[in-house]
Design a protein around this ligand. Structure first.
Ligand SMILES: [Zn+2]
Length: 160
């Protein structure tokens, strides 16, 4: 035993420690990785009102490093019905918006979405039909649907 130790010239109790190895850090979930140094903090709510009563809200979070916004849909009195869980990635060419349906009532009247500047968006109605809505300049152009940009209404209530 002691002969082998003498041959390598290393004491047997020596343990090598590598400090600051990035592999040891807990991994930031992919969904939060908006930039190389994510610092996501709560910004403000945007309340959704019908007849001056708040029926839901959109919570707005923002990364202090890259200023990218994240939004979460909250419908009062109902467990999360949104298919968007946590803080989803938003592309650089998209903006957070709320689509309002003139055909629906109550909680079914609005939905949080991500809008591109132009094009079409697939929109699921309350009765689970997929319809195409036209987008122009980050706005829905449709006889029965309208929209607003969430970040234009921080700290306010929007009557729908
Ligand atoms: Zn960021």
């Amino acid at each position: 035993m002691s002969d082998a130790d003498a041959a390598t010239g290393k004491p047997q109790s020596f343990t090598r420690k590598t400090l600051g190895d990035s592999n040891d850090k807990p991994k930031v979930p992919e969904i939060y990785k908006c930039c190389s140094n994510p610092q996501i903090t709560y910004l403000a709510p945007v309340n959704i009102n019908i007849d001056e009563r708040t029926i839901g809200s959109v919570d707005v979070w923002r990364c202090a490093s890259c200023m990218k916004p994240f939004c979460e849909e909250k419908t009062l009195g109902i467990d999360s019905i949104s298919d968007i869980v946590g803080m989803p990635r938003i592309e650089d060419n998209e903006k957070w918006a709320v689509i309002i349906s003139k055909l629906q009532k109550g909680k079914d009247k609005w939905k949080l979405v991500k809008l591109k500047e132009t094009g079409m968006i697939k929109f699921e109605t309350a009765d689970e039909k997929l319809i195409d809505l036209k987008i122009e300049n980050y706005r829905i152009v449709d006889d029965y649907h309208s929209s607003f940009l969430v970040l234009d209404h921080i700290h306010t209530a929007v009557e729908i």
